[in-house]
Design a protein around this ligand. Sequence first.
Ligand code: SF4
Length: 188
Amino acid sequence: MNRTSDRTLPACANLTAVFQHPLLEGDSAAATPDEHRLERALRTQAQAACSACPLFEQCLENAILNHDVAGFAAGTTPRQRSRIRSRLGVRVRPEDFESYAGVISPGRQVSTQDVVKLRQAHPDQPLSFIAERLGCSLSTVKRHMRQARDTSSAPRHNAPAKAKMTSLAAAYETVTGRPHPRRARLAA
Ligand code: SF4
């Protein structure tokens, strides 16, 4: 299995054989019983990895509210994310593939998600490769990697943002039929 072992990275960047498997690219890509079994196993593995991921909340917020990202992300399939957006009355532009391919629009700042996505797509490349693709410094890449690690533990003080996250968590639970990882941890 194609798996890297960088503990500073989210699980999706290490479990590339799961998260980048063609059967997890979209919804219901399986055609045969064997493929259906494999798809279910991959999805179960990816769901478990996302549920334990310290970046889950930031990742879900980004995948629902900011970017129409491809594939399995934040414990959801593309169709589930679309249904969550419908419940929340949210619309996002289709994913800007070129930006994730390393071509950042002029004037657009490099985001943590840009760095995480490129790291996920090129887990065996050094961080300098990501810096080169994004047109930023190596220290910027490292700063975003640190932020990706630390964000989930940062306290949130903003009331509207908290309300938004509560609605997002509720919509996630309704659509996926699974508890939001943070709420599940609190209930445990
Ligand atoms: S929650 Fe997001 S960052 Fe974490 S493993 Fe899942 S897809 Fe990757």
